[in-house]
Ligand binder design. Structure first.
Ligand code: SAH
Length: 395
């Protein structure tokens, strides 16, 4: 494997790698032997020359994303082994249940020892996102490995990385099929159907990370008036419907998302008049609505993509939750979330605490929610934890 550029770390900078943290920060580098370009495979060595790992190079703060801590080739066999082990875990989690459940995250980056790669599965269609040029360059090898591991369970692979690759990389990540072709994919989650528009929709087309939280919401829905704020394609709404909600109102600023949310509710509950959807701004809707809701979901987009905007994000969470506390019916239940990786569980809870205190209402925490097991967190890479939620009872 002598063909790769060699990166040597400064003294003591090998410690986190010896603990299997998969990132090498640029500040840890002593010197580079070779002239790697973005996306190249490189070998990383400690100051004393000991081999530490092999990974994808990227000029920038995170200089290397380690793929293996062993001196093994990154070839077809490597990709097959990693994807097969990711699939094994999803099977163990009982997420592949034919007509009952066929939507799940197959590969969650660092959590599956594949830094920079995301793959979501929707009824046999794999939607793949590269977050690094290295993964972009490996996309055909990864597609081949997917075919070899999933066999007949795979109908199509859609590659969608135009919005996820580093801005300055300058590679032309055209979206498109790497295998097959699938139009109007209807996937199933816990027995509920939904359209997945991975071509025009946000992210990979659906937020599979809320599956367990939606199931919990269903259990709270009976007889309640539900507001699903930031509904996107209506995930929480159709669970609330099945849970026996009295009425369900879905709100999102994207008219396109609202159209799909309506279609998804119809797909499961045709001719059911309990559901209505509104394309409107969240703050505008919350300010104008009355006090009719006794179950409210707040699942806003990431307010803080970077640490420098953390303060504003926390103010955003406080304001949003304050209106909900002010308006929710006595005895109401609030499901409130943050998917900003830069906002810690403690910070989010403090923002919600401040909002509650401001409203003067008595509030109890019933559940503390997080991301499901198909979004695993490498214990040595706590940066992989991003979704947090609270279920609150408001007197
Ligand atoms: N709860 C959803 C995911 C929410 S993603 C699910 O389970 O699938 C965040 C959503 O917030 C996106 O659909 C986006 O269109 C919407 N959004 C962003 N800004 C908004 C605003 N100011 N008002 C209302 N919706 C907004």
């Amino acid at each position: 494997m002598g063909s790769y550029s060699r990166i040597f770390l400064k003294p003591k900078k090998e410690e986190s790698l010896l603990r299997f943290h998969p990132w090498v920060f640029s500040g840890a580098i002593r010197n580079i032997d070779g002239e790697p370009v973005e996306g190249d495979l490189v070998d990383v060595f400690a100051n004393n020359g000991a081999f530490l790992g092999r990974g994808h190079y990227q000029p920038g703060s995170i200089a290397v994303r380690i793929l293996t801590f062993k001196d093994i080739p990154i070839d077809t066999a490597f990709w097959i082994k990693r994807i097969a082990s990711a699939l094994e875990l999803r099977k163990a989690l009982n997420l592949l249940r034919e007509s009952e459940n066929n939507a799940f995250r197959l590969v969650h980056g660092e959590g599956d020892n594949l830094p920079g790669l995301i793959i979501d599965m929707y009824a046999g269609t794999a939607v793949m996102q590269a977050h690094s040029v290295g993964m972009h360059s490996a996309r055909f090898a990864i597609a081949e490995a997917l075919e070899s591991v999933l066999k007949d369970d795979l109908t199509a692979i859609y590659y969608k990385s135009d919005g996820t690759l580093p801005f300055k990389a300058g590679v032309d990540a055209e979206n498109g099929y790497l295998m097959g072709n699938a139009s109007d994919v209807i996937a199933v989650e816990n027995g509920l159907k939904f359209h997945v528009d991975f071509i025009k929709g946000q992210k990979t087309g659906f937020f599979v990370d809320q599956r367990e939280n939606r199931a919990l919401l269903e259990a709270y829905s009976k007889g309640r008036s539900v507001l699903n704020m930031f509904c996107y394609t209506g995930g929480f709404s159709f669970y609330a419907m099945r849970g026996g909600a009295k009425l369900v109102h879905s709100v999102d600023s994207s008219a396109k998302a609202i159209g799909i949310a309506e279609a998804n509710v119809r797909l499961n509950f045709p001719d059911d008049t309990r559901h209505r959807a509104f394309a409107e701004d969240a703050f505008k809707y919350l300010e104008q609505m009355g006090d009719m809701y006794d179950l409210i979901i707040l699942d806003p987009p990431a307010f803080a993509k970077h640490r420098d905007v953390l303060r504003n994000a926390l103010i955003g969470y406080r304001k949003l939750n304050a209106i909900a506390f002010e308006k929710i019916k006595p005895g109401g239940i609030l499901f409130t979330f943050s998917c900003s990786q830069a906002v810690s569980k403690e910070n989010f809870r403090l923002a919600v605490f401040t909002a509650a205190a401001q409203s003067g209402r008595k509030v109890r925490i019933l559940h503390q929610l997080t991301q499901p097991a198909d979004h695993p967190i490498n214990i040595y890479h706590p940066e992989g934890e991003y979704l947090k939620g609270l279920v609150l009872h408001v007197e």
